[in-house]
Design a protein around this ligand. Structure first.
Ligand code: MIG
Length: 687
C-alpha cells in the first residue's frame, strides 16, 4: 500500500506516474517538525535496522551510518566522503525484523539524509524547501516494495538489444580515422564490440549538434559503414548551448525564449566546454520539444544512441562568480596576507565551479510560475533525458534508442539509463560501483554501469580485467577513460587475450542476461538486488556488501582487491558455481550453503546459480547482431524437469509483446546425456 502526504506547494516533477489522493492524517513512522521552510522527519533506528536506497550514492549497499545530500553534482574525484553524486534518488527502505517500509520524497530541491550520522540510533530526513509529496510504501517484502515503487513511478526504460554489447569509449577520439582504428583493432583481434562512443571532441568547438566537417566528412556514410560491420556510434550531447548568435541551436532557442533566465529577464550565462553558454529550460514542454528536435540531423545520419552529459547542470563559472571571487580575495590585496587570509583567498577561487550562488542566479518557468533554479535543481538532468527521449520517439516511434545520462532523478528511469559518473581507476571504485548497482535498480535505473577500468587516472592491467569481470554482468558494459590518462582499450595491454575472453563470456551470456533484464523491466522487478531481497530471514545474507543477486536465479561475487587470487563467498543456499575463463572454458562446481573460499586467478570469475534455475550459454560471437543465439548449452543443478523463459524479441520494438517473443523451454535432467558433474544437468539445445 502506498500513501501520499503533501507539504507546501510542490511542483509536478514528472517522477510519479500514478496519481494518488493526498492523506490528511499524520505521516506514520516519523515525527514531523519544521524549521522555517524546512520539513524535518525523524525516526529512531533499531540496532538491527538496515537501510536500502538512495540510488546513486557512495558507500555501502546498506546506507546506514552517513550523511547524504540529494543534490545533483558534477564531482570528478569523488570518494567515500562525498555527500552528493550526479543523480538524486530520494527512495529509502527501512528493513528490520520488526518493520519494513519505504519512504519516497518527491522533492526536486535539496534533501539531506542523516542516516545514523549525528546519532547512530536516529535517521533525520530534511526537505530544505518544504514543498514535496511524501510517499510511505508498505508491502510484505523488500521485492514487494521495489515493485510497488515502480508501479508508482512507471516502467523502466528498455534499451535496444545492441546496447547490451561491449562499448568502447574514450575522451579524446576526434576523427573517423581514430574511431576506425579502434573498431579495426577490436575486429582484428576478435574482441567483441557493438559500439564506440564519441566524446566532445567530435564536435566543432564542443558545440552541441555539430560535428567536425574535416574529421567526419560524411557522418551518415561512416555510420552506415560501421553498421554493416554491426557497430554503432554513440555521440555525447552536453546540456549547455553556446551563447553565440549565428549558432543555429542558439538562434532557434533564442527565438522561442527557450533559455533559463536571470531575475532581470536576461538569459543566464555560464561557461562550460564551448565557452559561455545558455541553458535550455527543460522543465518547459515547448523547450523539450525544441531541444528534442535538435537531435534530428544526427538521427538522420543514422545515429541510434546518445549519452547526455554535464546536465546537473555542471557550471565551470559565471562572470558574476568570478567577479565575486576577485572582490572577496581583493580585500586583502593591499594588506598583509596571513595564513588564515591565504586560505580565504584560495577558497574564494576554489569554489567557483558548480557554485550554489550561481544556482540561485537563474529561474525556470514551471506551470507558468517562475521558480528559482536551486528549488528544482535535481530535475534538470532528468528533464533533459525526457526531452531527448521524447525527440527520439517523435523521430521514430517504432524503435528503441540507446540513451544514458549522467544526471538523473526518479522518473528519468522511464526514459533512459545512466552511467555511474566519473570514477577513478581505483579498486575502491570497483567496489563502489558494485554497491551502487542494487540501489540504482531499486530506484528504477536498471540500465546502468560504471566506466569500466575507471575514468580518471591510470588503470593497471589487473584492475581493468577485474572491472570487466563485473562489467560482464552490468547492462551497460562500457570501457571509458579520460583525456591524458593511460590508454585503456583492451588491446593496449599485454594481457589483452584474457580481457578478450572475459568480454566473450558477456556475448555467450547475452541472450540470457538480456532475458533476465527484460523480465525484470517488464515485471517492475530488479535486475540486481541486495541478497536481503531474496533471503530476508538469513541474518548473514542481509548484510552481505560485496555480492549481488542477478535476475531470477543468479548471484555474482567479483574479486574487488588487487593481487587477490580468490575470495570468500557466502552462499545463502546450495548453488552451482560456474567459474568462467572464457565462453567455452569454465568449471562447474556444486557448492553447499555456507562460506566458501573460492580460488579465482586473474582470468577467472564466478557466476552462482540457484538450484532449479538453468543458465543458458550460447556460442557467442563478436557483435550482438551476429552472435549465434540458436545453439545453447544449458546447465542446471537440479533433479527434476525445470523451465526457462528466454526473451527473444528483436531488441528494437519499444512495445515488445511478451507472450509472442518468449520462448518457453523445459529441461528434463532425465533426458539429458550423462553429466560429468554429479547433480548438474548439461544439455545442448537448438532453438
Ligand atoms: O568535464 O566530455 O562524465 O564521461 O568523458 C568533463 C568529457 C566532461 C564528463 C563525463 C565524462 C566525459 C567528459 N565529461
Amino acid at each position: 500500500m502506498i500513501r501520499r502526504y503533501t507539504f507546501g506547494n510542490p511542483v509536478d516533477t514528472d517522477a510519479v506516474f500514478r496519481h494518488l489522493p493526498a492523506e490528511d492524517g499524520n505521516v506514520p513512522y516519523f515525527t514531523l517538525s519544521r524549521d522555517g521552510e524546512k520539513v524535518i522527519l525523524t525516526v529512531s533506528l533499531s540496532p538491527d535496522e538496515i537501510l536500502f536506497g538512495l540510488g546513486e550514492s557512495v558507500r555501502g549497499i546498506n546506507k546506514r551510518g552517513f550523511l547524504f545530500r540529494s543534490w545533483c553534482s558534477d564531482v570528478f574525484n569523488h570518494t567515500e566522503s562525498t555527500e552528493s553524486l550526479y543523480g538524486s534518488h530520494n527512495l529509502l527502505v527501512f528493513f528490520s525484523p520488526s518493520r519494513l517500509f519505504g519512504v519516497y520524497l518527491d522533492d526536486p530541491g535539496l534533501v539531506t539524509w542523516d542516516l545514523g550520522y549525528t546519532r547512530s540510533d536516529t535517521a533525520v530526513i530534511t526537505s530544505e524547501n518544504g514543498n514535496l509529496d511524501l510517499y510511505i510504501i508498505e508491502e510484505d517484502s523488500l521485492c514487494g516494495i521495489a515493485r510497488a515503487f515502480r508501479r508508482l513511478t512507471g516502467r523502466s526504460y528498455l534499451p535496444p538489444r545492441w546496447a547490451f554489447g561491449y562499448i568502447q569509449s574514450r575522451w579524446g577520439y576526434a576523427s573517423e580515422q581514430e574511431i576506425r582504428a579502434v573498431t579495426e583493432e577490436h575486429r582484428k583481434r576478435h574482441i567483441p564490440l557493438d559500439a564506440v562512443c564519441m566524446d566532445i571532441d567530435y564536435m566543432v568547438d564542443f558545440r552541441n549538434f555539430t560535428w567536425k566537417p574535416d574529421a567526419f566528412p560524411d557522418l551518415k556514410k561512416f555510420s552506415a559503414e560501421l553498421k554493416e560491420d554491426h557497430l554503432r556510434l554513440v555521440p555525447i550531447i552536453d546540456a549547455g548551448i553556446p551563447a553565440s548568435p549565428g549558432e543555429p541551436a542558439y538562434d532557434s532557442g533564442k527565438a522561442c525564449g527557450a533559455f533559463c533566465k536571470k531575475e532581470d529577464g536576461s538569459d543566464f550565462v555560464a561557461a562550460v566546454w564551448p565557452g559561455r553558454c545558455v541553458f535550455p529550460d527543460f522543465l518547459r514542454a515547448d523547450v523539450r520539444t525544441w531541444f528534442g528536435d535538435l537531435y534530428r540531423p544526427l538521427l538522420e545520419a543514422g545515429i541510434e544512441g546518445f549519452w547526455n552529459d554535464m546536465n546537473e547542470p555542471a557550471l565551470f563559472f559565471t562572470d558574476e562568480g568570478i567577479s565575486d571571487a576577485f572582490s572577496r580575495a581583493g580585500q586583502f590585496r593591499d594588506g598583509q596576507v596571513e595564513y588564515e587570509t591565504m586560505w580565504f583567498i584560495k577558497d574564494a577561487f576554489n569554489g567557483i565551479a558548480n557554485n550554489m550562488a550561481d544556482y540561485r542566479r537563474f529561474y525556470h518557468t514551471v506551470e507558468g510560475r517562475s521558480v528559482r533554479h536551486d528549488r528544482v535543481h535535481n530535475l534538470y538532468g532528468a528533464h533533459m533525458t525526457r526531452a531527448s527521449a521524447e525527440g527520439f520517439r517523435r523521430f521514430d516511434p517504432d524503435r528503441r534508442f540507446l540513451l544514458f545520462s549522467r544526471s538523473s532523478f526518479i522518473g528519468a528511469h522511464r526514459n533512459g539509463g545512466l552511467w555511474q559518473g566519473d570514477n577513478f581507476s581505483w579498486w575502491s571504485h570497483l567496489k563502489m560501483a558494485l554497491q551502487m548497482l542494487p540501489n540504482l535498480n531499486l530506484c528504477g535505473f536498471l540500465y546502468s554501469g560504471c566506466d569500466l577500468g575507471g575514468f580518471g587516472c591510470n588503470v593497471t592491467e589487473d584492475l581493468l580485467e577485474r572491472f570487466l569481470q563485473l562489467g560482464v554482468f552490468t547492462p551497460l558494459m562500457r570501457n571509458h577513460s579520460a583525456l591524458h590518462t593511460r590508454e585503456q582499450e583492451i588491446y593496449r595491454f599485454s594481457t589483452w587475450e584474457i580481457m578478450r575472453d572475459t568480454v566473450s563470456v558477456r556475448y555467450a551470456l547475452l541472450p540470457f542476461l538480456y532475458s533476465e533484464f527484460m523480465k525484470a523491466a517488464l515485471t517492475d522487478g530488479m535486475y540486481f538486488r541486495p541478497l536481503a531481497f531474496d533471503y530476508p530471514a538469513d541474518a548473514r545474507a542481509v548484510r552481505v556488501e560485496d555480492q549481488l543477486m542477478l535476475g531470477e536465479g543468479c548471484m555474482i561475487a567479483p574479486v574487488l582487491e588487487q593481487n587477490a587470487v580468490g575470495r570468500y563467498v557466502y552462499l545463502p543456499e546450495d548453488m552451482l558455481m560456474v567459474r568462467f575463463r572464457s565462453a567455452s572454458d569454465y568449471d562447474l562446481i556444486p557448492l553447499d550453503k555456507g562460506d566458501h573460499r573460492i580460488s579465482l586467478g586473474l582470468n577467472e570469475f564466478p557466476l552462482f546459480m540457484k538450484k532449479d534455475h538453468p543458465l543458458l550459454i550460447c556460442a557467442g560471437g563478436e557483435s550482438s547482431e551476429t552472435l549465434d543465439d540458436r545453439h545453447f548449452t544449458v546447465l542446471c543443478r537440479t533433479d527434476r524437469p525445470v523451465g526457462y523463459d528466454l526473451y527473444r524479441d528483436d531488441g528494437t520494438d519499444p512495445r515488445p509483446d511478451l507472450s509472442a517473443s518468449l520462448t518457453h523451454m523445459t529441461f528434463d535432467p532425465s533426458q539429458a546425456p550423462a553429466s560429468r558433474v554429479p547433480g548438474v544437468a548439461i544439455s545442448s539445445v537448438l532453438l
